[in-house]
Design a protein around this ligand. Structure first.
Ligand SMILES: [Zn+2]
Length: 148
């Protein structure tokens, strides 16, 4: 082992994490002047790198980057507002119709089984439409997030 010097990896292990070194490598490095010099040069290089000041920019990078980004806010917000407006208009119309014709509707629902079925079916259709519109809105928002 005296004739074969330690590899660069062993030298680095010895310099920075001696517990990872094999005992014969440690023994060689301690006894070999050339390997010991290599260890010292690694340590000197390491301390030189650590002593370097942190690189800093003399301008604010985030402002420059944010200024370059395209603005998608308008497209993101306008479409869901349209969906919300449509939903609000539909609910308002239904509420108005139910309020204005509450007497007639109550009479029809209490008198005929067929009208009760129509009422239930129309409520189901309304809720399904609302769910589909909401799914479409969520999908549109996700697509907007993905497009640059
Ligand atoms: Zn050596």
């Amino acid at each position: 082992m005296k004739d074969i010097h330690a590899s660069d990896i062993d030298i680095q292990k010895f310099a920075f994490d001696q517990q990872e070194c094999q005992p014969e490598v440690i023994k060689h490095i301690l006894s070999c002047e050339e390997c010991n010099e290599r260890v010292q040069s690694y340590l000197a290089l390491s301390s030189f790198i650590k002593d370097q000041a942190e690189p800093t920019l003399d301008y604010n990078l985030s402002h420059l980057v944010l200024g370059q980004l395209p603005s998608t806010k308008e497209a993101e917000t306008s479409y869901p507002y349209l969906i919300n407006f449509i939903m609000l208009a539909i609910v308002s119309c239904l509420a108005l119709v139910l309020f204005l014709f509450r007497g007639t509707i109550g009479y029809l629902l209490s008198s005929t089984q067929a009208y009760q079925n129509y009422f239930i079916i129309s409520i189901i259709a309304f809720i399904s439409t609302a769910l589909v519109l909401d799914q479409f809105r969520a999908f549109y928002q996700k697509v907007n997030l993905l497009t640059p």
